[in-house]
Design a protein around this ligand. Structure first.
Ligand SMILES: [Zn+2]
Length: 81
């Protein structure tokens, strides 16, 4: 996948390198810069984070949202290692 499946906008980070269409998550954006569509890796990370948040009892919806965003940021950071 090297372009947005919704609008076809080219995803940056996959052009002009020696690895062809291979790009890493640390340079891949979370959302399409053209139409705002969440890319598959973003949706997967969000889904996993939401499932984790739902497993924790006693969180308000605001806290769950915060935890989800935190997990998403963390999962993207680990891709840099
Ligand atoms: Zn798009």
């Amino acid at each position: 996948m090297n372009s947005c499946d919704k609008c076809g906008y080219k995803i940056r980070g996959d052009e002009g390198n020696d690895f062809g269409i291979i790009y890493s998550l640390d340079v891949a954006p979370a959302y399409c810069r053209n139409c705002g569509n969440a890319y598959p890796w973003t949706e997967e990370a969000l889904k996993a984070a939401k499932e984790l948040a739902d497993e924790i009892d006693g969180l308000t919806s605001d806290e769950k949202e915060l935890l989800t965003q935190l997990c998403l940021a963390t999962s993207r950071l680990t891709c840099l290692i």
